[in-house]
Ligand binder design. Structure first.
Ligand code: SF4
Ligand code: SF4
Length: 453
């Protein structure tokens, strides 16, 4: 799928406003994205002054990259139900309407018409190039093979004699996708001989002289002074996810210690703390999900950049206006929850008015199998233990404001039994219990996903 540059920028403003930014703060989006090398713009060191991003893949399925690459937005109507903020209004608040928007197709969007202008559509990869300087990302970068291995080697272990990309030149943001496996940790086999435990290698040069162990690479990058923030994306990178699952059988049957994960996989924060890198761990802002919704990631990055540019990077550093960063660049403890997720992004419970089945829960109407009408709590819904924006803005363009007949040609799929339009399309909208994919401990702590009632 594709999203136009206009839609992308508009949605940023809408999400920012709906997440609680005051009008004056939303306007700071403009400053945050006015990267450059002159005219008073903030130079973050990458191409055209944009922030450099290094995106490392580990033990995962690339589902989160795929999710981000599939970002899509219908800009008609209210940006987030209940916020009172239309996408057009948010664009105006952000001060981007006069310069970034203003074409005839936008006028139609602002009026609530679902009109896509595919002649101006671009892939999210193009948009990312405009907003950040994505220097290394194994799925979308142009480098490959020995060149990529050498580039990463140079960045990890910069040698001024040899040259290459110097991480000390400018700050960068480290995005981690995938769990970190400690191949010397023994895993379930308790074997520290480095022979039997699976572990993730990013790559190796053809002559074998360079090899990048994923976990060691993340540690090297995370501990550099120029690493501004570490943003683990997805359940695997944040909390370990599926690679950290423990076998559901006894130690006797398995023949190894099943109280441990087979691979020794951990989320980024826990891994860094476990290795004694507490200062680096304190730069972590988690964006969990399985996969992560692209807008949760986008909103987290935007809030970080807004605060960075309007706070610690000011000539006289001040606290960030959104309360995410303190003047010294550290993360404000009040902005994140106990699992290091931004409260603005992960502060909304799935179980509540945003669930399309909450009215059934209140009335005591329960489904006995997936897909049936009624609250899904008696067949295992984990909504009461889960926080995310799922019910607020939905997935895959199933926005609350969408016409009920517009969902992939299946008339009525977005209709509640009483004829009203459901809120954001997500698991419970589709008739499946929430599985708590944004919570620490998923999946082991939340199985069975579906229970017999
Ligand atoms: S379906 Fe789940 S989240 Fe929705 S009301 Fe029932 S228990 Fe709560
Ligand atoms: S409804 Fe629950 S399991 Fe489904 S995507 Fe949202 S947080 Fe994850």
């Amino acid at each position: 799928m594709a999203i136009t540059r206009r839609q992308f920028v508009t949605r940023l403003g809408a999400l920012a406003a709906a997440s609680g930014m005051a009008q004056a703060d939303v306007s700071k989006l403009v400053e945050a994205f006015a990267f450059g090398t002159s005219g008073g713009k903030v130079n973050l060191g990458g191409t055209l002054g944009k922030p450099r991003v290094i995106w490392i893949h580990g033990a995962e399925c690339t589902g989160c990259s795929t999710s981000v690459l599939g970002i899509f937005e219908n800009t008609g109507g209210e940006a987030i139900v209940g916020s009172g903020v239309t996408t057009g209004a948010a664009a105006g608040l952000a001060g981007i309407l006069p310069t970034e928007l203003g074409g005839s197709d936008f006028t139609l969007h602002a009026l609530g018409y679902n009109v896509e202008s595919y002649s101006t559509a671009m892939n999210i990869a193009d948009v990312v190039v405009d907003v950040i300087d994505l220097q290394y990302h194994e799925t979308v970068m142009g480098m490959a093979s020995d060149l990529a291995a050498q580039w990463l080697e140079d960045f990890r272990n910069y040698n001024p004699t040899l040259g290459g990309p110097n991480p000390g030149d400018a700050p960068f943001v480290l995005v981690v996708e995938g769990a970190l496996q400690d191949h010397l940790g023994g895993g379930a086999w308790n074997d520290t001989s480095d022979t039997s435990v699976p572990w993730c290698s990013i790559g190796m040069s053809a002559d074998g002289t360079i090899e990048h162990d994923m976990a060691e690479t993340v540690v090297d990058l995370a501990t550099k002074d120029t690493c501004l923030a570490i943003i683990p994306i997805g359940q695997c990178a944040t909390f370990g996810g599926y690679p950290a699952c423990k076998p559901p059988i006894s130690t006797d049957v398995a023949g190894f210690d099943t109280s441990m994960s087979q691979t020794g996989a951990k989320g980024t924060y826990d891994y860094l703390v476990g290795k004694g890198h507490t200062a680096a761990a304190n730069k972590v802002i988690n964006v969990p999900g399985c996969p992560t919704n692209p807008w949760w990631f986008t909103l987290t990055v935007v809030m970080f950049l807004v605060d960075l540019v309007n706070g610690p990077l000011k000539p006289t550093p001040v606290d960030g206006p959104l309360g995410v960063l303190k003047a010294d660049g550290s993360i404000n403890a009040t902005a994140v929850d106990g699992d290091r997720r931004l409260k603005a992004v992960y502060g909304t419970p799935i179980h509540g008015p945003y669930c399309p089945r909450y009215r059934d829960y209140v009335k005591g109407i329960f489904a006995s199998k997936p897909g049936e009408a009624g609250c899904l709590q008696k067949i295992g819904c984990k909504g009461p233990a889960t926080n995310s924006l799922c019910g607020v803005h939905g997935w895959n363009n199933q926005q609350p404001q969408n016409p009920a007949t517009w969902d992939y040609g299946v008339p009525g799929v977005n209709l509640a039994p009483n004829g009203t339009t459901r809120t954001g399309g997500h698991c419970t909208t589709a008739g499946h219990p929430c599985m708590a994919c944004t919570e620490k401990g998923y999946p082991d702590s939340f199985v069975p996903f579906i229970a017999r009632s």
